[in-house]
Design a protein around this ligand. Sequence first.
Ligand code: ATP
Length: 189
Amino acid sequence: MRKIGIFGGTFDPPHFGHLLMASEVLHSLHLHEIWFMPNQNPPHKDSDDTTDSIHRLHMLQLCTEKRPGFKVQSIEFERNGPSYTYDTIILLKNQFPDCTFYFIIGADMIEFLPKWHKIDQLIELVQFVGVKRAGFESDTEYPVIEVDAPLFEVSSTMLRERIRLGRSTDYLLPDEVRGYIEENHLYGT
Ligand code: ATP
């Protein structure tokens, strides 16, 4: 069986915090690959404010294509409506029967696990992996493998704000993503 980490997120935009976290999980759990999975309609975020999915997909492709072990999985763009992880995992398991899936979440998400759609069934289908994040508790009643990664407090929200204000994004945002943002005039550039 191939061990695959699924890293779901909005990636608006993807940044070095995401890449660092994915790399730590890839190596510490000896996974074959990490699949970055941008979500179409995040059930917990206001999708009117979210950048067009095609741009988020392109930015992810740019920052994963030259990084070994990283791939993009766009399955959530292939259907409409809210993208519940449970439904996505069912589809992935059917499509890739030779893979075991590890679902990666940041510590800020762990406390919300009990509210996830069909969480009790989902927990039987995937192994959750929680990565520490500054300022967040990671206590949960669910079985979550914890991975320690260096804390790197960068977020997409912070980057959107920095770009809007014309502040530097050096060492926070991969160059190829920054180039794409400028070419496509995203986030008020
Ligand atoms: P936003 O600021 O727009 O909410 P974000 O930077 O948190 O975005 P998401 O795409 O929502 O990014 O995050 C995807 C996953 O990555 C989430 O599980 C989140 O907890 C995690 N994550 C994001 N940034 C970091 C970071 N700097 N360190 C650890 N985990 C992170």
